[in-house]
Design a protein around this ligand. Structure first.
Ligand SMILES: NC(=O)c1ccc[n+]([C@@H]2O[C@H](COP(=O)([O-])OP(=O)(O)OC[C@H]3O[C@@H](n4cnc5c(N)ncnc54)[C@H](O)[C@@H]3O)[C@@H](O)[C@H]2O)c1
Length: 322
């Protein structure tokens, strides 16, 4: 039995806990949150010993694996405490809000030979693996990425998401998923330009996020691309279009569909989106069980490079607005 624990029982935690609860070989032994109401809500459903302080949890329970689902300011201490005790961690993205702080965390984790998988969930999706296979004999020179949702209109998320200083807003909290996947698929970005605007609500009070963002990207290996993002759209959508010499690939990250167009032929592959987060969790548990981290799908250092790119894009917005 793999004894697992989770810190941060907020919005994202059930997608992990639902899967962990279904596994016969996993026991949820402890949960932790500084907000008793969040902790109680999850503990009722998933069990585990409740803790309001992760120091106590880590020292008393010593789980075989940890899930870290706190806001990005809470990373270094729980990660290093786990590393010191040899506990592998699935750490939610992003790896921080501030680059220097995240780099210090990376340095500390490296010294401790920490085993950390970062939750860039798209990397583990079956349709992304199929895309990698399908485009192996092609050359892609242009990509167009779009992620949209309506959370700027509904204001249904916890307040910290709308405070750009804390969450980083649409770019650093969310576009980071697409930028991370673009790095994985297309290599490093050498140049980024950025524009942003707030067409619905001006920035004031606790609402300081950019509502719509447009990025232009140049990749070091030659391709060009773009990413556009909205928090004031109709609903949740996410797709990336990759234009190759032989084919066009439509990667529906929201719909779970990969459509490949080659001449007049069109092939569509579908994955079960209700199980989208299961793949990264299954891969993490596989590493925990085997002890083999040679194929870690997203190391802390890799995710740090994504944070650096995201912050560069954000700095580009700031320059444009000045
Ligand atoms: N991979 C994804 O698709 C995805 C989706 C949503 C959120 N996330 C990421 O997951 C993280 C959490 O997001 P969320 O939506 O669950 O936020 P949330 O605010 O709903 O939940 C965070 C929880 O962490 C708790 N917390 C804060 N500091 C703590 C501490 N020191 N010790 C213990 N608990 C603490 C809060 O009380 C809260 O319950 C963020 O980094 C976010 O970007 C990832």
């Amino acid at each position: 039995m793999i004894r697992v624990a989770l810190i941060g029982t907020g919005g994202i935690s059930p997608v992990h806990l639902n899967y962990l609860q279904k596994r016969d070989d996993v026991e949820i032994v402890a949960l932790c949150d500084i907000k008793p109401e969040n902790l109680a809500r999850r503990q009722e459903v998933y069990g585990g010993k409740p803790f309001e302080d992760y120091h106590d949890l880590i020292d008393e329970i010593r789980p075989d694996a940890m899930w870290l689902c706190t806001p990005p300011q809470v990373r270094r201490e729980p990660l290093t405490l786990c590393a010191e005790r040899g506990i592998p961690v699935l750490c939610e993205k992003p790896v921080g809000r501030d680059f220097d702080e995240a780099r210090r965390t990376a340095d500390a984790l490296s010294k401790l030979e920490a085993r950390v998988q970062v939750g860039y969930v798209f990397r583990s999706m079956p349709i992304v693996q199929r895309l990698l296979e399908a485009r192996a004999d092609d050359h892609i020179h242009l990509v167009q990425s779009f992620y949209g949702c309506n959370m700027g209109i509904t204001r249904s998320f916890p307040d910290w998401f709308y405070d750009k200083a804390i969450s980083g807003g649409a770019l650093i909290d969310q576009a980071t998923h697409n930028l991370d996947l673009l790095r994985m698929l297309m290599g490093e970005v050498s140049e980024v330009r950025a524009l942003a605007a707030n067409p619905v609500q001006t920035k004031e009070g606790g609402y300081t996020i950019d509502e719509v963002i447009s990025l232009s990207l140049l990749f070091a290996d030659g391709p060009a691309g773009s990413h556009v993002h909205t928090w004031v759209g109709d609903t949740w959508r996410n797709e990336i279009l990759l234009i190759g010499e032989k084919r066009i690939y439509r990667l529906g990250l929201g719909s779970g569909e990969l459509t490949i167009e080659e001449g007049r032929e069109t092939h569509t592959l579908r994955q079960d989106q209700s199980r989208m987060y299961e793949h990264e969790n299954a891969q993490f548990l596989q590493r925990v069980e085997s002890g083999d981290w040679s194929d870690n799908v997203c190391s802390f250092d890799d995710a740090l490079a994504t944070l650096e790119l995201t912050l560069q894009a954000d700095a580009a917005i700031t320059e444009k607005s000045a």
